[in-house]
Design a protein around this ligand. Sequence first.
Ligand code: NDP
Length: 397
Amino acid sequence: MGKVLIIGAGGVGTVVAHKVAQNSDVFTEIMLASRTKAKCDAIAEAIGGNKIKTAQVDADNVDELIALFRSFQPELVINVALPYQDLTIMDACLACGVNYLDTANYEPLDEAKFEYKWQWAYQDRFKKAGLTAILGCGFDPGVTGVYTAYAAKHHFDEIHYLDIVDCNAGDHGKAFATNFNPEINIREVTQKGKYWENGKWITTEPHEIHKPLTYPNIGPKESYLIYHEELESLTKNFPTIKRARFWMTFGQEYLTHLRVIQNIGMARIDPIMYNGVEIVPIQFLKAVLPNPGELGENYTGETSIGCRIRGIKDGKEKTYYVYNNCSHHAAYEETGAQGVSYTTGVPAMIGALMFMKGLWRKPGVYNVEEFDPDPFMTALNEQGLPWHEQVNIDLEL
Ligand code: NDP
């Protein structure tokens, strides 16, 4: 049915490549391209069957991207490189008439600030070109937006309170490791907290607000209020929301390491001189930390991510909790990657599937919650991320 180009061969790219190859009735030609071609080749070999072509590309370079797009002629690009490459890949898509999907919004390299404004600014250009751009199609952002859209469509007349809860109760056996790209992860979790209340953003100190929340099949885990990018689009697209927050669990050991990393300057994102060479401390740190894509082998436990929602249905208050639990080990058995890469890569593939089947296709730049959630929710059950729901329970929030 369609030709797809995946850019990025990390943990998430590994999962996307596996899942796209599993759906070869829809994805008839597949290419995996990244900065280091050897990583693409290793993934293609693990999948086998000559299903995946590979290529080298520097996705910071629009001309290189254009040359690759012209030679392979994909219908859709799945961008699972880093957020820094979002705009160059979107520019190349516009130049070559290619549709676009990603899992993380653009942030400038020299400022840890993620906002949709840079990508939303492409709206008119994508519309005029008749091209679709699907933004933030991982788990969070991604499935959390689809869950919210599904709740709004089937369970509520008005959503008033939204709490996205993200628990990783896994154990990878390392003293400190991040579950996705360390640079992006550390930039994200060391930011100030921020949530939406009564029409404005409230800022908190990093990790200032926290409480234990109970996760299905896991139990209580200390959960910290942090800012997360889907809050920006969800509060815009569901204006009845009075308060929207995002909670993530962190272990004490992780937080202690993080504090030390910050205190000794290793989380700095500005270049420093070292022995006459310019280095960025956080990029150096990434080079010595475990590779998130290789944590899978001994990873036990599971993730649990969902939306806890309170609102009004037929004049009565209602609560609703929709979530998925994902086993790190099962993810590893299927794809060779751990649960966080899996919960990101599977939805990216499903978004691409929605596009290829013509179910999520409209010229312009859209967040996932602006499409019909129903076929996506069905596909989640079929593709390895089944969801569960609970109605009128105590949300703890
Ligand atoms: P990794 O660091 O493991 O992989 C990133 C890949 O992108 C690497 O293969 C890297 O190449 C490649 N890359 C980096 N820069 C370039 C470039 N200039 N040109 C070409 N390729 C490049 O990250 P993850 O797989 O863990 O994460 C991928 C994306 O998924 C990130 O954007 C992350 O923010 C997002 N994400 C989204 C989540 C969600 O739920 N929405 C959750 C988790 C992650 P090389 O191998 O040479 O370094």
